[in-house]
Design a protein around this ligand. Structure first.
Ligand code: NAD
Ligand code: WQD
Length: 337
């Protein structure tokens, strides 16, 4: 049995990954400062999985706390989710974003090396790709020209990790470039419920569906796409969680690697198709209207998923309907609390 430290483990993707790791016989330890999550999520995972999860509430930049975590737990790998992630907020709070996301990664890698922990999986993003690329994103394509400090922070962290892997060959790393994670665990006990008005499509749809918001604005219906609305690669968060288990397994078997891997379904879905799938999966009508394009949106991008399949043996299993059903189920439960 192996033990994995999840930074940012009480968050949306971290809590689902905790479930997948436990399902696959691994132990997890979590550090989170709860800046964008609550302790409840990890307690819900404990209950769901009948497991005990040590939770250290504190900032990743606190070196003494990290020392203590590595001393008190025999850690085989770190999955590094912790970070600030709101695209638009990062534009007016760049210092906060760079300081939090970069400093925490630097402290983490230094403490890992000091404590002989040499396997790292990092939450990167499809946002690191240069927007000028072809819509089907392949790992070797140019990165950069990011549209916001959040995106640049992922771009910079990837470079930091590559430089560290080069300088410290004992370190192995996999940078997972997520596409658009959505949905929730089918139990409905964990999921994504952002504070305030959501920026992302699925959380917005979820809140319209439970009547918290009165309609969805679809940003643009005049793009050169199949139905005029933007196309993205949505991935069920439980599939994404499983990808982390595969990445961890790969690191257990392969020393001295440093890889970027797309994690998406490999298929593009339009906003209109997602709305229709949501209506079908939940047998309801979703009020929406067309609105002007949102600044900065690309018409189409989706993952080339070959590297994930070839290196990690990873493929998605959940459908768009599964994503919609599980997202609504979670939102209904969250609404009642
Ligand atoms: P989330 O906000 O739910 O989880 C991130 C967690 O990190 C939160 O629980 C937060 O409290 C914690 N955190 C932030 N700064 C910290 C610090 N300095 N010390 C300790 N804890 C800290 O976000 P998520 O959706 O679960 O995303 C996880 C990771 O995946 C993030 O790095 C994010 O940038 C990346 N990512 C997310 C998406 C997405 O659409 N959700 C897409 C691509 C990449
Ligand atoms: C999807 C589509 C919108 C809301 C963002 C980040 C990216 C990554 C994932 C972290 C777009 C449309 C949305 C709404 C709409 N995060 N939309 N009405 O922009 O692809 O990616 O999240 O790394 O960095 O930028 O996702 O969910 O915001 O938008 O019509 O109310 O839905 O225009 O076409 P996006 P999204």
């Amino acid at each position: 049995m192996s033990r994995v430290l999840l930074t940012g483990g009480t968050g949306y993707i971290g809590s689902h990954t905790a479930v997948s790791l436990l399902e696959n016989g691994h132990d997890v330890v979590v550090i989170d400062n709860l800046v964008n999550s609550r302790e409840d999520s990890i307690r819900a995972v404990e209950k769901l999985m009948n497991a005990k999860i040590p939770l250290y509430i504190g900032d990743l930049r606190d070196e003494e706390l990290l020392e203590r975590i590595f001393r008190e737990n025999e850690i085989d790998a770190v999955i590094h989710f912790a970070g600030l992630k709101a695209v638009s907020e990062s534009v007016y709070k760049p210092l906060e974003y760079y300081q939090n996301n970069l400093d925490s990664t630097l402290v983490l890698i230094r403490e890992m090396l000091k404590n002989g922990v040499t396997r790292l999986v990092f939450s990167s993003s499809a946002t690191v790709y240069d927007p000028a690329n072809d819509p089907e994103r392949v790992e070797g394509m140019p990165t950069g020209n990011c549209t916001c400090p959040y995106g640049w922070s992922k771009f910079m962290i990837e470079q930091i990790i590559r430089d560290c892997c080069h300088a410290y060959p004992q370190l192995s790393a996999i940078m997972l470039r997520y596409f658009n994670p959505v949905g929730a665990h089918p139990s409905g006990v964990i999921g994504e419920n952002p504070q305030g008005i959501p920026n992302n499509l699925m959380p917005y749809i979820q809140q319209v569906a439970v009547g918290k918001l009165d309609h969805l604005n679809i940003f643009g219906n005049d793009y050169e796409t199949k139905d005029g609305t933007c196309v993205r690669d949505y991935i069920h968060v439980c599939d994404l969680a499983d990808a982390h288990v595969k990445a961890f397994d790969y690191l257990l078997k392969n020393d001295s690697c440093c890889l970027e891997i797309n994690i998406g379904s490999g298929h593009g879905v339009s906003v209109m198709e997602l709305v229709t799938a949501f209506e079908k999966a939940n047998d309801m009508k979703l009020p929406y209207q067309f609105a002007p394009r949102r600044a900065g949106d690309l018409p189409i991008f989706f993952a080339n998923a070959d590297r994930a399949r070839e290196l990690l043996g990873f493929e998605t299993h959940r459908s768009v309907e599964d994503m919609c059903r599980d997202a609504f189920n979670y939102q209904q439960k969250a609404q009642k609390q």
